[in-house]
Design a protein around this ligand. Structure first.
Ligand code: C2E
Ligand code: MG
Ligand code: MG
Ligand code: MG
Length: 306
């Protein structure tokens, strides 16, 4: 037993990506290799209408299946990719792959029901794809042109793309970021603030940046059923967003109580392990074809035609 425990520790040491400089340089080299050799993968987590259980889109989440290692999660390598600038080509790959998967999925679906006029170009006309973008990608001068080009080549309507940015990007608020966001908005791309509430949130972002969606971070969602202060805070964010026509996606929903409370507060959309863990592209497509999640919501909560 002692021997196998020692072995586990050894493995753990060697699997960890942040244990020293040598390790980092190895990781950097392996990341460079993965960029060249198509060595990344995407998984997709459904984003769901909390009242009906319908899938309105998917968030693309990056995975690095390193040969001879376990699959590496983004938290372990994105910081290194950001420091080295490798996040720029990695991000280009993510966008291209996510859009081409969505194009294939949409082809397999019956034509979308005509969207309500006020919703046209938004959630109404088919599933969207959410893609995470690091600040470092945004600072690359070619970023917006690259998004424009990749979108055009994919043939998807720009409104099918939701770019998730974090507040750290907005912190370094400069004129360029402002014009870039305005240009993306102009193209028709939609913008979300990810992990809302965890960074240096400024309500001013909601005033003068073209934000379509707030994603309430899991740290606020967890515990809304047992802590009234949390409940009040989340409800406040939802109420605040409504007149501003900013949609809300609640992240990290793990319990039925959380889902019910959020829906009752008027939160339209959510994602989390309760609804579905991130799945591979084939499973995501199967979920879309079925039109709702494998794990169905309680019948009385649904508002789906029979
Ligand atoms: P995020 O954008 O906030 O993504 C949500 C994270 O929460 C994902 O972790 C997802 O797997 C996890 N999650 C979803 N539902 C639940 C739940 O119910 N409970 C718990 N405990 N976790 C849940 P993941 O895939 O490890 O990604 C972590 C972060 O890495 C993401 O946070 C995002 O900031 C970043 N990231 C992922 N993919 C990309 C990418 O392609 N590009 C960039 N720049 N960043 C990415
Ligand atoms: Mg995200
Ligand atoms: Mg998030
Ligand atoms: Mg988060």
């Amino acid at each position: 037993a002692a021997k196998s425990a020692g072995k586990r520790r050894w493995r753990h040491y060697h699997d960890s990506l942040t244990s020293g400089m040598m390790q980092r340089r190895e990781v950097q080299a392996a990341l460079e290799d993965a960029v060249k050799n198509d060595g990344f993968a995407l998984v997709y987590q459904p984003i769901v209408a909390l009242d009906s259980g319908e899938i309105v889109g998917f968030e693309a989440l990056l995975r690095w299946p390193r040969p001879g290692h376990r699959t590496v999660l983004p938290g372990e390598f994105i910081p290194i990719a950001e420091e080295t600038g490798l996040i720029v080509p990695i991000g280009e790959w993510v966008l291209k792959q996510a859009l081409s998967d969505m194009v294939r999925w949409r082809r397999g679906l019956p034509p979308a029901a005509p969207a309500a006029p006020d919703k046209a170009g938004e959630w109404g006309d088919g599933p969207h794809i959410s893609v995470n973008v690091s600040a470092r990608q945004f600072f690359d001068p070619g970023f917006v042109a690259g998004v424009r080009r990749t979108l055009r080549r994919s043939g998807l309507p720009p409104s099918a793309l939701l770019l998730e940015i974090t507040e750290s990007l907005l912190l370094g608020e400069n004129e360029r970021i402002r014009t870039d966001l305005a240009e993306l908005k102009d193209i028709g791309v939609r913008l979300a603030i990810d992990d809302f509430g965890t960074g240096y949130s400024s309500l001013a972002y909601l005033l003068d940046l073209p934000i379509d969606v707030l994603k309430i971070d899991k740290t606020f969602v967890t515990g809304i059923g047992s802590q009234w202060r949390r409940h009040a805070l989340v409800e406040g964010i939802i109420k605040l967003s409504q007149p501003l026509q900013v949609d809300i996606i609640a992240e990290g929903i793990e319990t039925e109580t959380e889902r019910e409370l959020l829906a009752a507060m008027g939160c339209q959309f959510g994602q989390g392990y309760l609804l579905s863990v991130p799945v591979d592209a084939a499973a995501a497509e199967a979920m879309l074809v079925r039109g709702r999640l494998v794990r169905e919501l309680p019948r009385e909560r649904r508002r789906l035609p029979d």
